[in-house]
Design a protein around this ligand. Structure first.
Ligand SMILES: Nc1ncnc2c1ncn2[C@@H]1O[C@H](COP(=O)(O)OP(=O)(O)OP(=O)(O)O)[C@@H](O)[C@H]1O
Length: 849
């Protein structure tokens, strides 16, 4: 088998394998459905050849475990079918008694994936009757001889073939009584009434045989159906398959007695021969003529007349005596005895009924009740056979045929014996000579231009990848490019004819080589498309993802922005309202401003009491600031106070008192704040006056508290006189320096009013109580350090209420109580300050604005 694989069939010697390989390659490479027609007379080797075909296919195709299982089923179906459908005849010990057409389905890789068997007209009469020298179907003998004891006991069988007229047992599952009844009586309708009519002995035997035949025939059909179910192209049934059909039909038969079965078998062979003639001799020659190829016709015997004779309607045959048909393979005389019965193939209704009531599942599926219901007359066996045969021919015509013609070497089933007469007879009637002549003179191959160009255009740059002109011109260009010699081909009207197989195989080889390059291109384009599709899908997906992602991010950003805006808004609102009432929003700002203020305050606290600076504070700190400021001032003051000497303290108290007395009341007060108050205002040259006054003039229980030169205006026309003003702790003295004479001495208790103006002058009017005046009036003085002197006086008298402010002139005063004379002091604005004698006896005080 290996030697025949992947070689061109003309390179090897003729063999079944060569034909099979050629068909298999055509199926695999060109995807063309194939059929192998195996013909030859009975015993010529068709069944053996068909088995070889199967074996070769099994060996040439793939060897995966799943495929091996399929092949196993295909190969193993044969022994089962042979057991039930083959029998020993006088011409063949293993003669097929049924026609078989087997389809093997291949996938695109050329691996078998399943199959289907069609069976034709089983010779069921063999079940009940065999001619001398012949036998029943193998299965009976196999069962009796091969079945184990237990099985035989169960089936009520004994291991002795001679005991059985034909095989029968209880293999049925129906009521014994009913079956016996049905075999003895027949129910007939008489005037619409059912009547049971007993059967004659012959009729009973007929009924028995008919039942046996029907059971066996239907069982065989069931068996084929069961095998088909097992060979069914499995779950991957959606895959495209290409089939190779193998036809192994019973061969032409000539017996001594030829009956209906031989008639059918030979008719079948006649039809197949007709098909062969049609396809190889007739149509081939007709095609040359049609295509305009130069051709000398080859004569041949056409068996169409015989086919027509049998097939055409209204050409009945006599059933009174035997008849003879001149078949293509020889003359056969048929006996008409039993012809009609076999053709009618009738099974009494009663038997059908009993069988349909069976409890055996297989039997039940063989005898369905639908048959009983049908009132129509069933088709005759001959008509059924003819119809199924015609259907088979349609199937065969649709495929590319290959022929295996089996020649039987001798009539004695002897090996190594070739009977020339027998062989040459077969060669002759099979029309092989004519066939050879046509083949030799003609062309081995023909292909429509389109098909040829489509397959081989890749071998020529002009035609690849597309040829723009007609297919015929394309083929011509292609052949020219390939340097085809003119005598090796002919150009028909629609087809190219190639004379020698090797020519076609050469181009096929070149194609096989180029195929890989083309496959690479197809692969490239396909991969490109797949990748592009994938890419586009991914891109679309990416865009969608991107879109969603962007949307998601934008949403997030918007949310973030919204939050930020909210935060900023709250921040701003908080900031704006930081001086208002505390809210959750401004809380932090308030805190912050408070802490900032405190920090700032810590750095800029006033360092001394006079420092009035204080940092401005936020609203929220106003109260605290106020308190702090007061506290701080208090603290500074305390600190300052603690650091004061008694003198400084006194000075301070005096200043405070001065403030109380004069601040905002007398112009020029501010000028007095800076300079220290002193006790002694005497000029240097009069300094000794102080001591002498203390020692000589002042009573011993008194202390000198103040001494300063003043001008006193005399009551006589306000004549200014220099005097020294002295305060002791109880008394006011006014004395004259040049004579050290006290002019005035006033106990503080007696002073009821001291008057100063609101202007910046230095006028001091001390009102003397009338009882003390005697001849003197009120004291009118010009005191250099007026505020200092007055403050000291008030401090000493502890009578601040005596100080009066005269805010406008004229100011009246007593000149002399005794004479009741009133003096007047005028205040006037002027360029330079002065206290002078004015008009009308008034004293004029000139003040500067
Ligand atoms: N190539 C062969 N070489 C030797 N013997 C063969 C060959 N082919 C067939 N035989 C013998 O011939 C016998 C009959 O062959 P086979 O059953 O294939 O014939 P057939 O054509 O199928 O006949 P039928 O039409 O009766 O079924 C086989 O059992 C075998 O003994």
């Amino acid at each position: 088998m290996k030697g025949y694989q992947k070689v061109h069939f003309f390179e090897v010697s003729p063999h079944v394998y060569a034909v099979t390989d050629s068909a298999y390659q055509s199926l695999k490479e060109e995807n063309r459905e194939q059929c192998l027609l195996i013909s030859g007379e009975s015993g010529s080797g068709k069944t053996e050849a068909s088995k070889k075909v199967l074996q070769f296919v099994a060996s040439a195709s793939g060897h995966k475990p799943r495929l091996e299982a399929v092949k196993d089923k295909l190969l193993q179906s044969n022994p089962v079918l042979e057991a039930f459908g083959n029998a020993k005849t006088n011409r063949n010990d293993n003669s097929s008694r049924f026609g078989k057409y087997m389809d093997i389905a291949f996938n695109y890789l050329g691996d078998p994936v399943g199959g289907n068997i069609l069976n034709y007209l089983l010779e069921k009469s063999r079940v009940v009757h065999q001619y001398p020298g012949e036998a029943n179907f193998h299965i009976f003998y196999q069962l009796i001889i091969g079945g184990d004891d237990e099985l035989l006991r169960d089936l009520h069988l004994r291991r002795n073939i001679d005991l059985y007229y034909y095989f029968s047992n209880g293999l049925l599952g129906c009521s014994c009584d009913k079956l016996t009844d049905a075999l003895r009586y027949r129910t007939i309708e008489v005037q619409r009434e059912s009547v049971k009519k007993p059967l004659s002995r012959d009729m009973a035997i007929y009924a028995r045989d008919a039942l046996a035949k029907a059971i066996y025939d239907r069982l065989f059909n069931w068996l084929v159906a069961r095998l088909n179910a097992s060979l069914h192209v499995g779950d991957g049934g959606d895959q495209r398959t290409t089939v190779m059909g193998i036809l192994d039909i019973y061969g032409f038969e000539i017996f001594e007695r030829n009956s209906f079965e031989q008639f059918c078998i030979n008719f079948c062979n006649e039809k197949l021969q007709q098909l062969f003639i049609q396809l190889t001799l007739k149509s081939e020659q007709e095609e040359y003529l049609k295509e305009g190829i130069e051709w000398i016709p080859v004569e041949y015997f056409n068996n169409k007349v015989i086919c027509d004779l049998i097939e055409e309607k209204h050409k009945g045959m006599s059933y009174l005596g035997d008849f003879r048909l001149v078949h293509y393979a020889g003359d056969v005389t048929y006996s008409t005895k039993g012809f009609l019965d076999k053709n009618n193939d009738q099974l009494f209704r009663d038997l059908l009924e009993v069988m349909s009531e069976t409890k055996n599942a297989i039997t039940k599926s063989m005898f369905t009740t639908s048959q009983l219901k049908s009132k129509k007359l069933p088709e005759t066996a001959g008509t059924q056979f003819k119809n199924s045969l015609n259907q088979l021919l349609v199937i065969l015509m649709s495929k590319e045929p290959s022929y295996i013609r089996c020649i039987k070497p001798n009539d004695y089933k002897k090996s190594g014996n070739f009977d020339n007469k027998v062989v040459s007879h077969q060669v002759k009637y099979l029309g092989l000579m004519e066939n050879l002549r046509v083949r030799r003179a003609g062309f081995a191959y023909r292909r429509p231009y389109e098909v040829f160009l489509k397959r081989y255009k890749c071998l020529c740059p002009e035609t690849w990848p597309f040829y723009k002109g007609t297919a015929k011109n394309g083929v011509i260009a292609l052949l020219k490019h390939l340097n085809y010699p003119n005598d090796e081909y002919a150009l028909g009207r629609t087809k190219l004819f190639i004379r020698f197989p090797k020519t076609l195989f050469a181009i096929e080889d070149a194609f096989q080589l180029a195929k890989h390059r083309i496959a690479a291109i197809i692969q490239k384009i396909w991969k490109g498309r797949v990748q592009r599709k994938k890419y586009l899908k991914m891109r679309t997906a990416a865009i969608v993802i991107e879109k969603w992602m962007r949307r998601y991010l934008a949403k997030k950003a918007a949310e973030r922005r919204k939050k930020a805006v909210q935060l900023i808004r709250e921040f701003i609102k908080g900031f704006i309202t930081r001086n208002g009432a505390p809210t959750p929003l401004n809380k932090r700002f308030i805190k912050m401003s408070q802490s900032n203020f405190l920090k700032l305050l810590a750095q800029s606290l006033p360092k001394n009491v006079l420092d009035r600076s204080w940092p401005s504070c936020p609203e929220s700190c106003k109260e605290a600031s106020k308190l702090l400021r007061a506290m701080h001032i208090k603290w500074l003051a305390r600190k300052y106070m603690l650091s004061l000497t008694p003198d400084q303290k006194k000075q301070f108290e005096m200043k405070v008192l001065a403030e109380k007395l004069f601040k905002g009341k007398k112009k020029g007060y501010e000028m007095s704040i800076g300079p220290k108050f002193v006790v002694d205002r005497l000029p240097e040259d009069q300094k000794m006056l102080k001591q002498s006054f203390e020692i000589n003039q002042m009573p011993g229980d008194q202390r000198l508290k103040y001494i300063a030169p003043v001008i006193k205006y005399d009551r006589h026309g306000y004549k200014p006189r220099e005097r020294i003003l002295v305060f002791s702790d109880k008394t006011l003295y006014l004395f004259e320096a040049k004579n050290n004479k006290i002019k005035h001495c006033l106990n503080f208790n007696t002073i009821t009013e001291i008057l100063v103006t609101t202007e910046s002058d230095s006028l001091l009017l001390i009102r003397i109580p009338p009882e003390l005046k005697k001849d003197k009036g009120d004291l009118i003085l010009n005191v250099g350090h007026l505020i200092e002197a007055v403050t000291t006086l008030i401090d000493l008298t502890k009578k601040p209420e005596v100080l009066k402010m005269a805010d406008n002139s004229p100011i009246s005063h007593n000149l002399n109580e005794g004479k009741g004379k009133q003096g007047v002091i005028d205040i006037m604005q002027g360029d330079a300050p002065a206290i002078v004698k004015g008009k009308g006896g008034h004293l004029l005080v000139v003040v500067c604005p």
